[in-house]
Design a protein around this ligand. Structure first.
Ligand SMILES: Cc1ncc(COP(=O)(O)O)c(C=O)c1O
Length: 267
């Protein structure tokens, strides 16, 4: 998808829809057709043109692009198109998965089952591990032993991921993320209601964005002075991915400090 981000390994960098991160790494892997995100008509047009498509790769919510949340029904519509055309549906849940969106996986908001789902980041809670999870017909594409890497599937990382998953499910971390996400979003909405610099605010669980009307990279160091680690992606979007285990008081403190930073930001 346009503006997508799928990481920096060669094929996924090629699939990424952002020229800025691809620059300097050419030649890229060929074979990707890009469509605008959240535009079912564009995908239908590709299907109609009978392009030789194998799969759709998509983030359930575009993270690096600035927490771009598609219309409800988008993922379901993609699932239907894939079924109809015999394409695989591959969801990149690296950023949205593991409770971040308020459900264990963001796909659960639309109750769809992808053929392939990628996971990483919170999967090992700091221990490096990524996973490519396959179901149905996708399981026949790569047989055991056909693909691998030196540390792929190593017992230490797998044990860490297993323990993290167990902990998350047993302790309702996704549900907690949904509650804290609502609390943080409502506090920001209230505190920034009169701020003329704010163009839009979005959230799904603890994936939050405050979009300003101007580039706001300088906010990163302003926030650091307050003891906050934040990120500005897409030039003018403050992207917030706070800890999933934040309690109510910490959420209130985060909201207050952020509102203060944004209120004092002059560009
Ligand atoms: C949506 C998404 N996919 C994949 C990745 C993984 O990137 P990498 O393979 O470079 O670790 C990221 C990292 O930020 C991401 O946000």
């Amino acid at each position: 998808m346009q503006n997508a981000f799928h990481g920096r390994t060669m094929a996924t960098l090629s699939a990424t829809g952002n020229r800025k991160v691809q620059a300097g790494f050419e030649p890229l892997v060929a074979g990707f057709v890009r469509a605008p995100f959240n535009d079912i008509g564009a995908i239908e047009a590709i299907a109609k043109n009978n392009r030789n498509v194998a799969a759709i790769l998509v983030e359930p919510v575009q993270g690096e692009a600035g927490i771009v949340i598609p219309d409800s029904g988008y993922l379901q519509a993609l699932r239907k198109i894939c079924n109809r055309n015999d394409w695989l549906l591959m969801l990149d849940e690296v950023q949205t998965g593991m409770g971040r969106s308020g459900k264990l996986f963001a796909r659960q908001h639309e109750a769809i089952i992808p053929d392939v789902m990628t996971l990483a980041k919170a999967l090992g809670n700091g221990v490096p591990i990524g996973a490519c999870v396959c179901a149905g017909v996708a399981t026949d594409v790569i047989q055991p032993g056909k693909h691998g890497s030196t540390f792929g599937g190593n017992p230490l990382a797998c044990r860490a991921a297993y323990t993290v998953l167990d902990y998350m499910i047993e302790n309702g971390i996704a549900e907690q993320a949904a509650e804290r996400g609502t609390q943080l979003f409502e506090a920001l909405q209230l505190g920034l209601a009169d701020n003329v610099q704010v163009a839009a605010m979005r959230h799904l669980g603890l994936l939050l964005a405050v979009e300003l009307k101007q580039p706001c990279q300088a906010l990163v160091s302003l926030a650091l002075e307050q003891g906050l680690l934040i990120n500005v992606t897409a030039d003018n979007v403050l992207r917030l991915l706070p800890p999933l285990i934040m309690n109510q008081a910490q959420t209130a403190e985060l909201a207050a400090k952020l509102i203060d930073c944004i209120s004092h930001f002059t560009g």
